[in-house]
Design a protein around this ligand. Structure first.
Ligand code: ZN
Length: 390
């Protein structure tokens, strides 16, 4: 163990998470998030394992891909198999056989798509699994996530629909701030109890979430109120919910700038190639999105030349790899014609192999982005990505 890791480990005795910035290029930064579990390099893309598995993959696949952190969905796991069942199976890491990091959302995003009844107390909704009624409160979201035991958990926030009036946005900001304080109070007790119950496990962290739509004043107000409560990191929520990219990027940049420079910033649910590079340029460190894996299941391949729809007839006799510039295990071994055949005949292997490629491709893009920040090449990479994907 080198001296710098030793120092970090000593500091982590008092704090569950520490962020170290190694390089900067204007607002963009390359860094490392250290936890008691280990560390992960940023900017990072987190694949989404909705029900505690990235569809078609297992933990060893993610390890082979070099993934250091994945995301799981609180709402789905709370409904099936139930957070108490996950806790009984040893928590998410032990259950999945995964030793990398895990982040869980609070369940808010899924619940808001179910049009819940909202009041100051929480969000009442009906389960999509069996129609039963539930009420998620900031305190329950903490309790459920402490049972799931991810390394990083999110507060329950109010994600207003688009379009929303200024009054609706203000209510969402106010309620999100009040819920964030309740979530933090609840987390302080729950994480201490967790440590007593599981002294052998790494400590838990909690991130706050900034809302405010595309209204810059509300974004700044929400950021200030969230930072005042104090979390291990901060997420930018409520973007890419249907607004124009020209409205999204200024709101993103203003929010990122208002968050502490020495803590990780996480842009929730956004990861098309342009948003990744623009997000990093704005100072974001963490991203998640179902896009690469959902695309894969539909036969949409991400390549260095842009999107490729593998169902098209032109690929029937094509022996070339999905992306000739990609070095992933799938591109080294299989050709487009074969994978297209598997896809069209609905062989599950097709979705698995394309998922592996799309994730490898996205991780490689993150490598390129980190290199670009280190070598002052982010502007050139931004232009190239915008040319190909714009
Ligand atoms: Zn590949």
């Amino acid at each position: 163990m080198d001296g710098s890791r030793n120092r970090v480990v000593n500091e982590l005795m008092d704090t569950p998470l520490r962020f170290e910035v190694q390089d900067r290029c204007q607002a963009a930064r390359v860094g490392t998030v250290h936890t008691q579990r280990g560390s992960f390099a940023t900017p990072v893309f987190m694949p989404v394992g909705t029900r505690a598995a990235v569809k078609h993959l297992a933990a060893d696949d993610l390890e082979s891909l070099g993934s250091e952190i994945m995301l799981a969905n609180t709402y789905h796991l709370m409904m099936r198999p139930g957070h108490d069942v996950v806790a009984g199976l040893g928590g998410l890491h032990e259950m999945m056989g995964w030793s990398g990091h895990v982040l869980t959302d609070s369940g808010g995003y899924q619940i808001f798509s179910l049009k819940p009844k909202l009041d100051d107390e929480g969000a009442a909704f009906k389960s999509t699994y069996d129609g039963t009624s539930h009420k998620l409160t900031p305190e329950l979201a903490v309790e459920v996530q402490c049972a799931l035991a991810p390394d990083i958990q999110m507060v329950l926030d109010v994600c207003p629909p688009l379009p929303s009036s200024r009054e609706q946005l203000q209510w969402a900001v106010d309620t999100t701030a009040r819920w964030a304080q309740r979530a933090r109070d609840s987390f302080t007790d729950a994480s201490a109890r967790y440590r007593d119950a599981h002294p052998e496990r790494p400590a838990l962290s909690q991130f706050g979430i900034v809302q405010g739509g595309i209204d810059l004043d509300l974004r700044l107000e929400s950021a200030a109120r969230t930072v005042e409560i104090g979390f291990e990191g901060y997420a930018i929520g409520g973007l890419s919910v249907g607004e124009d990219k020209t409205e999204m990027y200024p709101a993103l940049a203003a929010t990122a700038e208002a968050l502490p420079v020495d803590q990780p910033r996480y842009l929730m649910g956004v990861s098309d190639p342009i948003s990744l590079v623009e997000g990093v340029a704005a100072g974001v460190d963490m991203f998640d999105c179902v896009l690469p894996t959902r695309n894969a299941r539909h036969g949409t391949v991400m390549t260095s030349g842009g999107k490729l729809s593998l169902r098209r007839l032109e690929f029937r006799d094509d022996k070339r790899p999905l992306d000739p510039a990609c070095l992933c295990s799938v591109c080294r071994r299989y050709g487009r014609g074969y994978l297209r055949h598997l896809l069209l005949t609905k062989e599950p292997t097709a979705q698995r192999l394309i998922t592996i490629h799309n994730l490898a491709w996205t991780f490689d893009l993150m490598d390129q982005i980190r290199d670009a920040v280190r070598t002052d090449g982010l502007e050139a990479l931004r232009r190239r990505i915008n040319d190909i994907w714009g």
